[in-house]
Design a protein around this ligand. Sequence first.
Ligand SMILES: NC(=O)c1ccc[n+]([C@@H]2O[C@H](COP(=O)([O-])OP(=O)(O)OC[C@H]3O[C@@H](n4cnc5c(N)ncnc54)[C@H](OP(=O)(O)O)[C@@H]3O)[C@@H](O)[C@H]2O)c1
Length: 214
Amino acid sequence: MPRCFLIAAMTLCGHIGPSPFSSPEDRQHLETWRDQTDASLMGAGTLRDADPEMRGSHGVLRENRIRAFVSASGRIPLEKRRIFLHGPPPLFFTPSHVAKSLALTLGQRGGVHPVPSLQDKSLDLKAVLAVLKTQGTASLLLEGGGGLNYQALKQGIVDELLLTLCPKILGSSNAVPLVHGPCGLKETGPWHLLDYRIGNSGEVFLHYTRTADG
Ligand SMILES: NC(=O)c1ccc[n+]([C@@H]2O[C@H](COP(=O)([O-])OP(=O)(O)OC[C@H]3O[C@@H](n4cnc5c(N)ncnc54)[C@H](OP(=O)(O)O)[C@@H]3O)[C@@H](O)[C@H]2O)c1
């Protein structure tokens, strides 16, 4: 299966949104990880809330790099989303009962892959990984948001955590936690600290792995 890296910038109070708060140095960190991986996966909530493009360093969109989303509902905004304007068409993973209508709506703008759902109706992310593997993906960057992070940790697909701790505290009532889902997560670790670096503006770049030997 592809090796999965969960990447996020979070506040001191454990939130990742709604508005961007990290530094240009963190942006470069994210883009470097995109350069080093074969694909990115995001939750549909991030596409609805923001306008992600998933560009690598120097604004590059590699033709062979996959940009993918998961959505149980198939509620994908088409207007004013740059993901459809530049670079290779994105992929969407949905349940089979949604796949046909989403494919019709998207047309040439994106590809759709039906994947099975688990008992709790969430999509089976291991099945998503299996499809990505057949498309040549050996390393996958999980780019959030909190709903996808929750599912990825719950389903045990995360191998490494790349967390940027930003010296900010959000008091907003609509703040999005790093991980959020319908019920508490069982302990997913222990996570072993592989590396850390202090950035120029007081951010801490943390790198954890699930296995003790890295
Ligand atoms: N700071 C950061 O590093 C960072 C990174 C990314 C995002 N963000 C922020 O996070 C916020 C969005 O987070 P969010 O938690 O609301 O949304 P999200 O995680 O981006 O998306 C959640 C949605 O993704 C789909 N989804 C995720 N896992 C699924 C699974 N296993 N099976 C089926 N569907 C699945 C569902 O889509 P449907 O509802 O369509 O079924 C779900 O409602 C935004 O404000 C964004 O800016 C911050």
